[in-house]
Write a protein that binds this ligand. Structure first.
Ligand SMILES: Cc1cc2nc3c(=O)[nH]c(=O)nc-3n(C[C@H](O)[C@H](O)[C@H](O)COP(=O)(O)OP(=O)(O)OC[C@H]3O[C@@H](n4cnc5c(N)ncnc54)[C@H](O)[C@@H]3O)c2cc1C
Length: 376
């Protein structure tokens, strides 16, 4: 099967690798360089924030991915020589006001969520400012160094003989003939395939417009900062009032993130930087001594309630979408990609595909584009 994949973020690259390994001939078309948009900008937490506030389809994708990630990362390191640094630090959640819901979710899904007393909180994370009386702890959660994940994927793809990676190649239009995908048009020529998969993140909706398909995926800007602290200064991911700090192995501490509806503007703002720095230093006082070494922004592929679109475009046979993972594209990527591969190859999958199908969710009256279950 000849597969054209449009967009080389984490999702497009994982998709290209998986279908390439399954024996498909793949061409991956990327407008700029692979892995430099949201998949590079993200924090890399391998869990939704407040996972109990999401619907069961998101839990299905995230738990599948969480189980799959350790092996995947080992394989990617062996294939590429680059370690994506998946680190299981645990996630400590503070200032929770929906305890019962969180505990019920943990019981229903048999997922590990521990209630923490004041003493336990400070044993887990001594660097935290004083005053927290209780919290929740998810010991199985960790983070991945997503720029390294993207580098590893790109290097692997460049070495696969049946996968062609075309960077600096923007898809301008998708062509269909009699209700069947035919080719995509770029400035350097047309690319034909049996199947085309749109993995263009926040830009996915725009690509479908010429086919009169309204895909409610919209850009949602996120800004983050990084401090250079000493290794081990912070040992857990800590989440408080929607903002979080993430420790990396070399002492870098990431703090994020904003949630801004400003279209395709990837600019950084001083207000956001100051806010993130202040919140992080108030949560972890030792960061007052750590210099801020980076500040960046990326565009998440926002979708209603964060439920991605994974399936065939109605009335265009052979044209598929895997996009709209919103705030959770790194954690959801392996499951989304595996499910998409199964759909494309006509195979069964343990995850129910129906909540992610496009039918009934694309068109002219499909509701507000990017409701975020964590903030609403
Ligand atoms: C600040 C921030 C923090 C985040 N934190 C986390 C987190 O902790 N955990 C988590 O799981 N997720 C997180 N996310 C979300 C996650 O990063 C995204 O959901 C995920 O990276 C989306 O991946 P993607 O491959 O769909 O999109 P992208 O990485 O944006 O890739 C899309 C690619 O398509 C290309 N493209 C677009 N249009 C075209 C075209 N016409 N032709 C060719 N190529 C095209 C783009 O250039 C881009 O490379 C965060 C995001 C941000 C911004």
């Amino acid at each position: 099967m000849k597969v054209v994949i449009v967009g080389g973020g984490a999702i497009g690259m994982m998709q290209a690798r998986e279908l390439g390994l399954a024996g498909c001939d793949v061409v991956l078309l990327e407008r700029h360089m692979c892995g430099r948009e949201a998949s590079w900008a993200g924090g890399g937490i391998i869990s939704p924030l407040y996972p109990w506030r999401y619907s069961p389809p998101i839990t299905a994708l995230s738990t599948w991915s969480q189980e799959f990630y350790p092996n995947l990362v080992q394989t990617l390191e062996a294939e590429s020589g680059i370690d994506p640094q998946l680190t299981r630090t645990g996630l400590l959640v503070l200032s929770i006001d929906d305890w019962e819901r969180a505990l019920a979710w943990s019981r229903d899904h048999q997922l590990w969520l521990e209630e923490m007393t004041q003493e336990q909180i400070y044993q887990l994370e001594p660097s935290l400012r004083l005053g927290f009386e209780k919290g929740m702890y998810m010991p199985q959660v960790g983070s991945i160094r997503n720029p390294r994940l993207c580098q590893a994927l790109r290097r692997i793809l460049l070495g696969l003989s049946n996968v062609e990676v075309k960077e600096n190649t923007e898809v301008l239009e998708i062509h269909q003939q009699s209700g069947r995908f035919e080719y995509v048009r770029t400035e350097s020529g047309n690319y034909f395939g049996d199947v085309c998969i749109i993995t263009s993140g926040a830009w996915s909706g725009g690509l479908l417009e010429s086919l009169q398909v309204t895909l409610p995926v919209e850009p949602v800007r996120g800004q983050m900062v990084a401090f250079q602290a000493n290794p081990g200064e912070l040992s857990r991911i800590v989440l408080d009032h929607g903002k979080y700090v993430i420790p990396r192995r070399d002492g870098l501490v990431l703090a994020g993130s904003t949630l801004e509806y400003v279209g395709f503007d990837k600019g950084r703002t001083d207000e956001a930087k100051d806010e993130l720095v202040e919140i992080a230093r108030s949560l972890i006082p030792a960061l007052a001594k750590a210099p801020v070494v980076e500040h960046w922004a990326g565009l998440r592929p926002g979708s209603p309630n964060g439920i991605p679109y994974i399936g065939e475009v109605p009335e265009v046979e052979g044209l598929f979408v895997n996009a709209g993972q919103f705030r959770n594209g790194l954690v959801l990527a392996p499951a989304s990609v595996n499910l998409m591969s199964a759909i494309v190859m006509g195979q069964e999958h343990s995850i129910d595909r129906s909540p992610f199908a496009l039918a009934g969710r694309v068109g002219s009256d499909v509701g507000s584009p990017a409701e975020d279950p964590v903030s609403i």
